[in-house]
Design a protein around this ligand. Structure first.
Ligand code: SAH
Length: 454
């Protein structure tokens, strides 16, 4: 019997469980699974069906019929519309429980006992970096974040409950200045307008703050604007940049950045495994966005590694070298590999800043680097982006056969996929699996895995 399509109709569902990265597996009355966002297990709801396939459906939440006792009022009035943090409808303890269960389920095949996820020291206002976009709100200039799933629509800030308070405060000041110029916000469709992005970075442990105002090149702006803005920002900021970007892409791009005030980089400090180290962060280079949780993450990585003075360690996907630099005082040598040249430049500067000379860095993709390097290592750290490892990199690590491998993952699904390949090859098992919460109020999960041969 062929079933009639439920597409574009509203149906009733029962939410069963949250699946990474934030979809909810629901059951329709006819037994078919439906995926939709925004529900909690046990809730019943009316859902508008957007896709109806043979074995599953997708839908948009319309109306919750029975609420879970775990549901709470989100802090942010833009919850549900803003693409920022979509896990505010339950308390922090429940968010943590979901994240732990998710890692346990995905990595169940390892048979390794997985402890509860380590909490983030801050649950709100933890982000040290934000990129806001300027936009037109019915003829008025406003600034904020992209609407969920939209390229052209935005949500104004304040409030923002995950950005550090100084970032929110400074953004509001800059916005007022921009409004006074009467110049227009940039429009992604027409490519007209002047103000594009505001990138703010805060050294949570040092107090530094950098302001980077990104504008289109086409319009002129009075010199007084910059002098008055800089004068005002001197009270809050350690550096002020003006960046030109006339490219069509919405990505925050740097064509020409002029430093209008202060030092070129902000400094952040991290206390990890008994040492406090300084990191100089350039306007466009990568740094973990939750400073306090990064200290815990790196501490966990180094504890898992259990470093010895005679160890030579490979830090693959090293970014600006933070993990390797924190580890260097405890080992003989660290080699960092990273594809972005600017990040490697920062990594080298950061090694000098901390008087660390037992590290070396290569600007290369992991895939190219392994073709030219067959050096043995006592331990390997891998911290790949969301898509996880590629087959040649996995094979290289298996051939190197270091005593220990620490896999730092920001995506438990690709982590599970990669570990299955490693398990199938034989030789390694996950001695420790430690989830760490770096992103409260969101569904993101970070996991540290120690792979060992014994
Ligand atoms: N370990 C670092 C950064 C991890 S983010 C830290 O904790 O700060 C992952 C990094 O991998 C990014 O810096 C990204 O530029 C880099 N990357 C992505 N694909 C890569 C590849 N194929 N080869 C080398 N580096 C890559």
């Amino acid at each position: 019997m062929t079933k009639t399509s439920k597409k574009n109709t509203v149906i009733e569902v029962l939410a069963e469980k949250i699946v990474f990265p934030g979809n909810v597996l629901c059951r329709c009355t006819d037994g078919i699974a439906l995926f939709c966002e925004g529900l909690l297990p046990g809730e019943t709801a009316e859902v508008f069906v957007t896709r109806d396939k043979k074995t599953f459906r997708e839908g948009k939440l319309k109306n919750i019929l029975s609420k879970s006792s775990l549901r709470k009022e989100p802090e942010c009035p833009s919850f549900g519309k803003c693409g920022g943090c979509s896990f505010q409808h339950t308390d922090y303890k429940t968010q943590l429980k979901f994240k732990t269960e998710c890692v346990r389920e995905l990595l169940n095949f390892t048979e390794t006992e997985i402890p509860d996820i380590i909490e983030s020291p801050r649950q709100w206002h933890y982000r040290n970096k934000m990129e806001f976009s300027f936009f037109d709100d019915n003829g008025k200039l406003d600034m904020g974040l992209h609407e969920k799933g939209s390229f052209y629509k935005y949500i104004g800030i304040p409030p923002c409950f995950i950005a550090h308070q100084d970032i929110v405060k400074t953004a509001a000041i800059v916005k007022e200045f921009c409004i006074k110029t009467e110049l227009r916000p940039y429009n992604n469709k027409s490519h007209e307008g002047f103000f594009r992005h505001l990138v703010l970075r805060k050294g949570i442990n040092t107090g530094d703050l950098s302001v980077n105002l990104v504008t289109n090149k086409t319009e002129t702006i009075k010199d007084e604007f910059w002098s008055e803005l800089t004068e005002e920002l001197k009270n809050y900021a350690s550096s002020v940049y003006w960046t030109h970007n006339s490219k069509f892409s919405d990505a925050v791009n740097s064509e020409i950045s002029s430093l209008l005030y202060g030092s070129p980089n902000i400094t952040e400090s991290l206390t990890v495994y008994g040492n406090t180290l300084k990191f100089s962060i350039a306007p466009f280079s990568f740094f973990q966005t939750n400073t306090k949780a990064a200290e815990i993450l790196y501490d966990t990585v180094i504890k898992c590694l259990d470093p010895k003075k005679e160890d030579c360690v490979l830090d693959m996907y090293c970014g600006t070298g933070s993990i390797g630099i924190c580890l260097a005082p405890h080992v003989k040598h660290v080699t960092g590999v990273e594809q972005i040249e600017d990040s490697i430049k920062s990594a080298r500067q950061n090694a000098v800043l901390n008087a660390i000379n037992n590290v070396s860095f290569s600007a290369s993709t992991a895939e190219n680097w392994i073709k030219q390097n067959t050096q043995k290592f006592d331990a390997v750290i891998i911290d790949p982006p969301r898509m996880g490892l590629t087959q040649p990199v996995i094979e290289h690590i298996l051939t190197l056969a270091p005593e220990k491998v620490v896999y730092v993952s920001c995506n438990p699904s690709t982590l599970a996929r990669d570990l299955k390949i490693i398990y199938a090859a034989g030789g390694y098992f996950a001695k420790k699996i430690i989830p760490v919460d770096m992103f409260p109020q969101t569904y993101h999960i970070e996991t540290v895995v120690l792979l060992s041969k014994t």
